[in-house]
Design a protein around this ligand. Structure first.
Ligand code: ATP
Ligand code: MG
Ligand code: FE
Length: 341
């Protein structure tokens, strides 16, 4: 199936076209720079930027794919979770296109999109897998079956900050550029990950996570050392604490559930140290590790098209045209169609 995917849940306008599980066209626009001086995403600014970027992105994706709307089988769109005004912009565009081109519409869960991004590079997921989603708003360990058909089981979630949120807050404490994740990742390359022994919260206590205590520990350390602290050492030691907890729990979950494949997705999956340590620990445990390329880890349209492709292939019913944005949709299945199955 050939599916167009639209993603506007946050500050990235993403459009992707997927043909039989293969990415054939994509375009991305970001309003990130416009939010930088506010230190976080401003919903109204994001929504206006989506409005300006959507049509040019759709046209660019078609141009790259070398096809036209006539060759499309379906339109998929993120219907939640995310910023309400931002989601509504993408939903309105997707409905207009689906109606104009007379194609079915599929509402997709943003986090299922993050998972499906991996299939564009590494093929279909095995019958069972464990997924670690580490993004700006979420940190979850999931037990997956067939992404299009089976319910998604939560093994654990963060009790406070998401992993990406922790990176962004630590970057602010260290005076690094917005957005913080890539900046901390870069600074950490020149630091010693063992310089400071930051706390590993909730290790050995199930699959939930907590990062707010780590954030406070970093803030206290920086205050105590005054202007004399080493940014690279703090960045590397903080990053090590996050990566240590994430990878230990993910590999433990695979072992406990007899699953031999771990897939790590979401913006934080772009982190160099996380990729490295996860590869080492999965290798030692005999677990196959799948992580998409960095550009497919952060928000994009192709990941939404990928879910759409899986839903069409599974014969899932399309979403109704009165599909509404669901800013806090829980992740229980890939499609947000209310009456599915
Ligand atoms: P969600 O998917 O939970 O709704 P989101 O869509 O805003 O949130 P993503 O786009 O998946 O999140 O990821 C963005 C997050 O990833 C930000 O917090 C960013 O700092 C973090 N991030 C991006 N690159 C890196 C990196 N190299 N190292 C660590 N964190 C990173
Ligand atoms: Mg983003
Ligand atoms: Fe995301």
């Amino acid at each position: 199936a050939v599916v167009l995917g639209i993603e506007t849940s946050c500050d990235e306008t993403g459009v992707g076209i997927v043909a039989d599980g293969r990415l054939i066209g994509a375009a991305l626009a970001s309003s990130m720079d416009e939010h930088a001086r506010y230190g976080g995403v401003v919903p109204e600014i994001a929504a206006r930027a989506h409005l300006e970027s959507l049509v040019p992105c759709v046209e660019a994706a078609f141009r790259q794919a070398g096809i036209g709307p006539a060759e499309l089988d379906a339109v998929a769109v993120t219907s939640g979770p995310g910023l309400a005004t931002a989601l509504q912009t993408g939903l309105a565009a997707a409905k207009a296109y689906a109606l104009a081109w007379d194609r079915p519409l599929y509402g997709v869960h943003h986090l299922a999109g993050h998972v499906a991004a991996d299939t564009l590079e590494h093929g279909p997921l095995p019958r069972r897998s464990v997924a670690l989603i580490v993004s700006g708003g979420h940190t979850s360990l999931l037990l997956l079956g067939d992404l299009a058909r089976d319910p998604i089981v939560h093994l654990g979630d963060t009790r406070d900050d998401a992993a990406g949120e922790a990176f962004d807050k630590i970057a602010r404490i260290l005076g690094l550029a917005y957005p913080g994740g890539p900046a901390v990742d870069r600074a950490a390359r020149d630091g010693d990950p063992r310089a400071i022994d930051f706390p590993r919260a909730m290790l050995g206590a199930g699959y939930d996570f907590s990062f707010s205590g780590l954030k406070s520990a970093v803030a206290r350390h920086v205050e105590r050392d005054g202007p004399g602290f080493s940014v690279p050492d703090v960045a590397a030691s903080f990053q090590e604490a996050v990566v240590d907890v994430l990878t230990r729990k993910a590999v433990d979950a695979c072992r406990a559930h007899g699953v031999d494949t771990l897939v790590i997705v979401g913006g934080v999956a772009a982190n160099h140290r996380l990729r490295r340590v996860a590869a080492e620990r999965c290798g030692a445990a005999g677990v196959t590790l799948r992580i998409p390329s960095p550009r497919l880890c952060t928000d994009n349209g192709a990941m939404i098209a990928a879910v759409g492709g899986l839903l069409v292939a599974a014969g899932a019913p399309p979403s109704p045209f009165d599909l509404a944005a669901d800013p806090s949709a829980p992740l229980t299945r890939a499609s947000l169609t209310p009456d599915r199955l």
